[in-house]
Write a protein that binds this ligand. Structure first.
Ligand code: ATP
Length: 316
């Protein structure tokens, strides 16, 4: 667990954080969302002690970070930034092995960890030998995440890790990262200024403005409880992005089972991976407010009202 208590931080005369408080639970994927310059990266750097606060304290599992040697603290915190910032003269394997080497791991242990991490981030083992200039942006970013995970830190600090990528690679990496997080359950602090990325990924979303928390909570709760100023800040795309987080499991609870053969023609087929966004897109595209859908071995009827009803719950 990370506790940030009454933290003040200025650069010269410029105050960035003025009495900042935030608690991030163990295993939580916390997304920090806010406009450029609001203090997101500063917060990450304070958590791993790359910079020091003017006052206030940061505790990890109840221990003030100033009581932990910086190198020990940072081994417990993987850090990845936009553009991956891999060491250009080192091969992928060497880049991933930076922290294991500092920790004097044996050659065998390091080699097997590299293999395991390449698997985890979805890169073939042949990539171990490549240099950063031989990688695409998305591949480099996967290596950056692998490097941050190398010594199996309890905490991951990710500063716009997918920021420099095209939208398709970005979506792919978000999906892969969520799969990894499902397995590893790290405590993650993930900085973004992309509303869609924040909504799709967060189990705890923190909205920042001018170095202050303006709202926090699950993405569904934030929009339900938000005042107009926060709704304006989030924009309309926020609600549309939430449709991605309503899965078939949520939707089927509101649908009506039909006495129809699943082999009937003209039925839309949905899988457990399908989302509300897909269903709604299909309705809009075909100009319908009601759909018959094949789901496992039943036929279900979805009406537009069912979608509205499922919006209240969402996947959490
Ligand atoms: N080393 C520094 N020296 C002086 N000012 C700095 C320094 N680092 C950051 N700042 C300033 O502090 C403010 C907060 O910066 P920070 O990098 O934390 O913002 P951010 O929310 O991460 O922004 P972005 O989304 O653009 O990365 C900005 O106004 C920035 O110009």
């Amino acid at each position: 667990m990370i506790d940030i208590k009454s933290v003040y931080k200025s650069y010269g005369e410029q105050p960035v954080l003025t009495g900042f408080d935030l608690s991030i639970e163990e295993g939580q994927l916390c997304m920090l969302l806010g406009p450029s310059g609001c203090g997101k990266s500063t917060l990450l750097k304070l958590i791993n002690r790359l910079i020091l606060p003017d006052s206030g304290s940061i505790l990890v599992d109840g221990i003030p970070i100033e009581n932990v040697a910086p190198e020990i603290l940072r081994r417990n915190m993987g850090y990845a930034i936009q553009g991956a910032a891999l060491f250009p003269h080192m091969r992928v394997a060497e880049n991933i092995a930076v922290v294991p080497q500092l920790m004097n791991w044996s050659k065998e242990k390091t080699a097997s960890r590299i293999q395991e991490l390449l698997d985890l981030v979805g890169l073939p083992s042949s990539f171990a030998k490549k240099y950063p200039y031989q990688l695409s942006g998305g591949e480099a970013q996967r290596v950056g995440v692998a490097r941050a995970l190398a010594a199996d830190p309890a905490i991951l600090l990710l500063d716009e890790p997918f920021g420099a990528l095209d939208p398709v690679s970005r979506l792919q990496l978000q999906k892969s990262f969520l799969e990894i997080q499902q397995k590893l359950k790290k405590t993650v602090v993930f900085v973004t200024h992309d509303v869609g990325e924040a909504v799709r990924m967060a189990d705890f979303l923190v909205l920042l403005k001018d170095g202050k928390v303006v709202a926090k909570g699950h993405p569904f709760d934030i929009i339900r409880e938000a005042e107009n100023t926060i709704r304006d800040f989030l924009g309309n795309s926020y609600t549309l992005e939430l449709l991605e987080r309503i899965t078939m499991e949520d939707l089927v609870r509101h649908a009506t089972p039909m006495e129809l053969d699943v082999h009937s023609s003209g039925l839309m087929t949905l899988s457990s991976e399908s989302t509300c966004k897909e269903l709604l897109s299909f309705m809009l595209m075909n100009g319908k407010n009601e759909l018959l859908v094949k789901w496992n071995d039943q036929v279900l009827r979805f009406r537009f009202e069912d979608i509205l009803a499922s919006f209240g719950g969402g996947n959490r």
